[in-house]
Design a protein around this ligand. Structure first.
Ligand code: MN
Length: 694
């Protein structure tokens, strides 16, 4: 345990102006208040706040923070009061101690449906002054270091779980990676003792077999860089068991399949040297594509800066390499705490932290505690990323968000017109997952439209809803365009010329909203030709027979006279197809094509050998046509149907994958030859990628 004078000396070493007497008083106060209380280890309780204060001096934090660490458990666990602390140590320290105490109280609350509210208070307490969080993290780290003294395995596991779920992610969030790693490692040992033992055992085995491998590789890296005239420090380490285990779990692989168990850190003099070092390493060893990350030009939102890459060493061993300046390194490992470190004459940043405010907002907006907890505790902010517009505006998005989500978050119009994206200045596909700190520039085109395929990768509700709406509108417009063509053909059959006025009157008579609705109804075959004629020029349809009645003249040979039949809906036989009948007792005979798959289900029925009657014509054939997704293709196809005198009975978009739209069309045709002719015409058309009878 740190002695009183050692602690004071440590603070004095980086802050010569520290108030020695005040620090001494705080030390004595905590020793007195905790009195004879003991830790699970058997040590006097006050050893704990003293160690936590020591951790604060490692980070070179200011005197108030060190005193807060000394006093952090007095209000919670002894008879001391906040008023007393304020009187003795001033309002600033009192406020900090109060913040830490609030956190401790929230921690002890049982998990229940007020968890969301607790979480909100938790963030609020921290956001008042980020030093509260720093003390709390050090407090937790020391408790984890001494966790093995606690006898109850349940209690140990509960604390470890909480550390894994809440404190390690918090440490990560503020960039205190050293704390994060140690917390995870200690928690992992408790939560997965067997996995921990296996992995540490394996690592020890590798170490004994390959002895000194890490050092040898570090030396090779240093030499390669020295030859290029770079002055660097290189450190190598094995990854810690928890990160190996996490990788095994995430990738569903065994220990043997984990090939990158070593990581190296290269410290350079300047940012420029970092990029040069990267170039040297990439030419000396094979690098693994896709693993290169530039956090120097685009720091993570917690301020982390470094280059990351992965290399293959001697054809088999993968290793991670992080390249950064010495200065970046200090900030990286202790993140926010480094900003708060005592700097002589330096100005400290504002104690309020924007992302904590954002968190409170998220919690505030989740009315449903269940929904919030579904993300399990800290996941709510592990689940968020922050990305910027080129002008620097910040947008908060769920993890997994893509440039399309980003575009819709900025403005729905931007989302609708997006055709491409630049992420950190590089052209990337719209489906690329964004990362924290990415600068996203959306490339737009004026008449571009949202694509249905985007629904396959967007994660925000806003983007999803906007895309669905746009696709529905587009589908509507396309079918209306077909309707327009069909409408022109109908209008041509009328004696009088049809003007705007007649159309408006027809829209009203038929009870549609507008002209497009009318065209949609015609295009989707919801209106018969006669109905349209009648609406345009009342009385004009008289004498125009129903087309179906005129054209359909089916007879089937092989049926007992007087027995009715229907053409099956599954295979849509048309005259010319080889057919067979299925007769279920008491029902009409179903006529199927001979190769219809439904026949397999007709075992109970009698099979009737059938043939088309002479001069049979007129039946519905079903065609699937795959169109290129560009304006006018559907209208062109409608033109083909019209030219071939085939009535569209039904039209349905069944699939919508860029750049194709698939439609199923029911066509009234004369016979097989007619249908075949239409399919051939479709295949010959530029509009269709594929066409086939179903
Ligand atoms: Mn404590």
């Amino acid at each position: 345990m740190l002695r009183q004078y050692e602690l004071v000396e440590r603070v004095k070493s980086y802050d010569p102006d520290a108030d020695e007497a005040l620090l001494n008083r705080a030390y004595v106060y905590t020793v007195q208040k905790h009195g004879s209380q003991k830790r699970a280890s058997g040590d006097p309780y006050f050893s704990h706040p003293v160690e936590v204060a020591g951790l604060m001096t490692d980070l070179k934090l200011d005197q108030d923070t060190v005193m807060t660490a000394l006093l952090h458990d007095t209000v919670e666990d002894t008879l001391a009061t906040i008023e007393d602390i304020e009187a003795k140590f001033g309002p600033d320290v009192a406020k900090l101690v109060d913040g830490v105490t609030k956190l401790s109280k929230l921690e002890q609350m049982p998990e229940n449906d007020r968890a969301a509210e607790n979480l909100r208070k938790f963030f609020l307490a921290m956001s008042e002054d980020i030093r509260v969080l720093l003390v709390k993290l050090a407090d937790r780290l020391h408790n984890m270091r001494t966790l093995h003294f606690i006898k109850s395995p349940d209690k140990r596991r509960r604390i470890a779980r909480e550390t894994m779920d809440i404190y390690a992610p918090l440490a990560e969030r503020v960039g205190m990676y050293e704390y994060m790693r140690e917390m995870q490692l200690l928690a992992f040992e408790q939560l997965e003792p067997e996995a921990y033992a296996t992995i540490t055992g394996r690592l020890a085995q590798i170490r004994s077999q390959e002895g000194g491998q890490v050092d040898a590789i570090a030396l090779a890296i240093k030499q390669a860089l020295a030859e290029a005239g770079l002055n660097v420090e290189v450190w190598g380490r094995e990854k810690h068991p928890y990160s190996i285990w996490k990788k095994m779990a995430e990738r569903h692989v065994s220990f043997e399949q984990i090939t990158d168990i070593m990581a190296f850190r290269v410290l350079c003099d300047s940012a420029e040297d970092c990029y040069r070092a990267l170039g040297v390493l990439h030419t000396t060893w094979q690098f693994i594509p896709g693993r290169y990350k530039d956090y120097i030009s685009t720091p993570k939102s917690n301020g982390y800066r470094s280059l990351h890459t992965a290399l293959i060493y001697e054809n088999s061993m993968r290793m991670e390499v992080q390249i950064r300046t010495r200065e970046m390194h200090e900030t990286n490992e202790f993140g926010l705490a480094a900003h708060w470190a005592y700097k002589q004459g330096g100005v400290r940043p504002d104690g309020q932290v924007g992302w904590l405010r954002d968190l409170i907002e998220i919690v505030d907006q989740s009315h449903d505690a269940e929904e919030l907890l579904e993300h399990t505790k800290m996941a709510i902010y592990q689940d968020r990323i922050f990305a910027f517009t080129p002008k620097g505006a910040l947008h908060q998005l769920p993890k997994g968000a893509t440039p399309v989500d980003f575009a819709f978050a900025v403005h729905s119009e931007l989302g609708a017109q997006a055709v491409g994206a630049k992420i950190n200045g590089r052209h990337m596909p719209l489906r690329t997952e964004l990362h924290n700190g990415d600068v996203v520039e959306i490339i737009k085109r004026r008449h571009a439209e949202p694509q249905l395929s985007w629904l396959g990768f967007v994660v925000t509700g806003k983007a999803r809803a906007a895309i669905r709406r746009a696709v529905r509108q587009k589908e509507h417009a396309e079918i209306a365009a077909i309707g327009q063509k069909l409408f022109e053909a109908i209008a041509d059959r009328l004696p009088a010329k049809i003007g705007k006025k007649a159309i408006r009157a027809a829209v009203q008579r038929l009870g549609f909203e507008d002209e497009e609705d009318l065209m949609y109804a015609i295009g989707s075959a919801k209106l018969k030709d006669r109905e349209v004629m009648e609406a345009l020029v009342p009385g004009s349809a008289a004498g125009v027979p129903e087309p179906a009645q005129q054209e359909r003249a089916i007879s089937i040979r092989g049926l007992t006279p007087g027995v009715g039949f229907t053409l099956a809906e599954c295979c849509h036989p048309v005259p010319g197809d080889r057919i067979v009948g299925l007769r279920h007792p008491g029902e009409v005979v179903e006529v199927h094509t001979i190769d219809c798959l439904e026949l397999a289900n007709g075992i109970d029925a009698d099979w009737v050998d059938l043939q088309w009657g002479e001069r049979s014509h007129g039946a519905t054939g079903r065609v699937r046509v795959v169109l290129y997704n560009r304006p006018g293709t559907l209208a062109e196809v409608a033109g083909i149907f019209a030219k071939n005198h085939a009535n569209v009975m039904n039209l349905e978009m069944t699939q919508h994958d860029d750049p194709f739209h698939t439609y199923e069309v029911d066509l009234e045709v004369q016979d097989l030859a007619h249908l075949t002719r239409i399919v051939s015409a479709l295949r010959a058309s530029d509009a269709a990628a594929e066409a086939a009878r179903l």
